[in-house]
Design a protein around this ligand. Structure first.
Ligand code: HC1
Length: 572
């Protein structure tokens, strides 16, 4: 520890910490804009300048504490410096705040208010950059960009995808992809992590809200909603509930009020995925198939694999993701059972993920002759629809998913957190190998936020070696070891987003002021594990709906019909 003084207050701070961190210990707030803990700590925006007795003001987010340092965070000079910087940013910012997707949740707007900006003294020049809206998942609007570079850092350092960077110098600097290509033409994996770190509205999802409204108004269509495991863990945040509040019943109720004909649970298809993927694992182990088997439910990960590890495509499970398995079952089994023309079924997925929009458009995912999924809306878009419809979300009564496709196990719901697919699979693999249930249901070794987790489980004399990676940078590290033969596993779970789907690119956006203090991944995962622990059915193979799918329609897991509807292939 070192002792320093900030605004006359003596503070003991760990050696190596920054003035920003030390000020926090002293209860002193220093404004920031570009800073995002663990992701973007580059001192670019100069909003956090303080006086450390040097020749010029210094960025508190970068300046290290030292014994005896005297820091001033509030003086006329400091306030003026911050205001000038912010006014310069604002002078070049497209100020269409009322119609901006981030209106009310914009870090720039909040900063302008906090710094008491009442006029902008610089004329500036509002830019007129073309908006890139060709990607199926992400819209980039440089007219709103404040050059904080959080998107660049998360894409390059966390995801190791690196499809955007700051280009040109000075006044002409923009964030762009190589040769200014559309994101659609780059190896962007559509994960949307750039959206969730953006402080303003420069990045947003490609909206499907209008098309969903149109489908709901079309009397010829039978419109079904399916909701991903992680949506229920975060939707409440859009309505002011504490992070980690599960809102499953209210979410279902809201979807029914929006007039979806049926509201089903993607978790049901997660259970189905476990039956298919578990069977695939058992078959590969028994028959000397390609190992490790790697999960295939995260579409950002699949695209990353196609671009970066094409030599491992045969290791990917051939299972479609639960979202697409569900769509295929709705347009085949459910359509037949209910006597509905599948061409009239319109499947809307509510997902925490922007890459699911891309996945839904993959042409190979249409085994019934119709796209498995017709539209995907994110958690944020669902909140927009709820608000637009004037639904009082907080006062909704809990409602249940519809039958017969709404029944799910606790194993299905934990898919939403990193390690969940692995844990769900390891709960059912003993049954698939021996016909017996596992001795242990909770497999805590694969839970939590370590970037790479490993576990070994002994089943019927076979020691299954498992690994879990979340965030594509961690996936890259793990797979490089697998590729070189340094590590061997039977089964690997990879989720593109750090934390898994709970912190997907379509989830509610929390500002840096919250993210710097709270690990969103952990808090939202709590809601998921809470729902699992409270479930009466916690094993996918115990799900009666899934048992019925096989008895009435699919035959055996991994059988011919299941393969036709529920499996796919990949492209290098
Ligand atoms: Fe996911 Fe999945 S868990 S990929 O994170 O396998 O998006 O929530 O829906 O499909 O079930 C996302 C979440 C989701 C699929 C499932």
């Amino acid at each position: 520890f070192v002792t320093l003084t900030i605004d006359g207050i003596e503070v003991k701070a760990p050696a190596g910490s920054t003035v920003l961190e030390a000020a926090k210990l002293a209860g002193i707030h220093i404004p920031t804009l570009c800073f995002l803990k663990g992701i973007n700590e580059i001192g670019a925006c100069r909003m956090c300048v303080v006086d450390v007795g040097a020749r010029s003001l210094q960025a508190a987010c970068m300046y290290p504490v030292s014994e005896g340092l005297k820091v001033v965070t509030n003086s006329p000079e400091i306030r003026e410096s911050r205001k000038v910087t912010l006014e310069l940013i604002l002078s070049n910012h497209e100020k269409k705040c009322l119609s901006c997707v981030r209106s009310g949740n914009c870090e720039l707007q909040k900063l302008a208010r906090d710094l008491n900006i009442q006029e902008i003294r610089f004329e500036g020049e509002e830019p007129d950059y073309p908006v890139d809206d060709l990607s199926p998942s992400i819209v980039r609007d440089n007219n709103k960009c404040v050059l904080c570079r959080r998107c660049v850092s998360v894409c390059r350092d966390v995801q190791t995808v690196s499809v955007i960077d700051a280009v040109d110098r000075g006044y002409r600097t923009t964030v762009a992809s190589p040769f200014n290509m559309s994101l659609k033409d780059t190896p962007c994996v559509n994960c949307g992590q750039c959206i969730t770190v953006c402080p303003v509205g420069a990045l947003r999802e490609k909206s499907s809200v209008e098309r969903v409204w149109e489908a709901l108004a079309n009397k010829d269509l039978y419109v079904i909603a399916q909701t991903a495991p992680a949506v229920r863990a975060a939707l409440g945040e859009e309505f002011g509930l504490p992070i980690g509040t599960p809102v499953t019943g209210k979410m279902v109720s809201a979807l029914k009020k929006l007039k979806f004909d049926k509201v089903f649970d993607t978790d049901t298809a997660a259970d189905l995925t476990i039956m298919e993927e578990g069977t695939e694992l058992v078959n590969r182990i028994k028959n000397g198939g390609k190992l490790p088997l790697i999960t295939s439910c995260s579409p950002g990960w699949i695209k990353f694999c196609e671009h970066n590890f094409p030599d491992l495509l045969d290791n990917l499970s051939t299972c479609k993701s639960p979202q697409n398995m569900f769509g295929a079952m709705l347009k085949s089994y459910y359509a037949e059972k209910m006597g509905i023309d599948p061409s009239k079924i319109f499947v809307v997925s509510v997902m925490p993920c922007t890459a699911k929009k891309f996945e839904a458009r993959r042409p190979e995912l249409a085994a019934t002759g119709y796209p498995d999924v017709d539209e995907v809306i994110t958690t944020r878009e669902l909140a927009e629809m709820i608000r637009e419809a004037g639904i009082d979300f907080l006062n909704l009564k809990n409602e249940s998913f519809d039958d017969p496709m709404g029944e799910a196990s606790g194993a299905g719901v934990i898919f939403g957190a990193t390690g969940g697919v692995m844990e769900a699979a390891l709960r059912s693999v003993p049954y698939l190998l021996t016909g017996k249930d596992p001795d242990q249901i909770d497999i805590k070794a694969v839970r939590g936020e370590d970037g790479i987790k490993t576990a070994e489980v002994e089943v019927a004399g076979i020691r299954i070696k498992a690994a879990v990676a979340h965030g594509l940078g961690n996936a890259r590290k793990l797979l490089e070891k697998v590729r070189s033969g340094e590590e061997t596993y039977h089964f690997i779970e990879i989720m593109a987003c750090p934390g898994g789907c709970v912190t997907g690119g379509g989830q509610p956006i929390q500002p840096a002021s919250v993210r710097n203090e709270i690990d969103l991944r952990t808090e939202r995962a709590k809601a998921i594990y809470q729902e699992d622990a409270a479930s009466t059915i916690r094993l996918s193979h115990h799900n009666p709906a899934v048992q019925k799918f096989y008895e009435e329609y699919l035959g055996e897991p991994g059988g011919h019909k299941a393969h036709h509807l529920l499996h796919t292939h990949y492209t290098a």
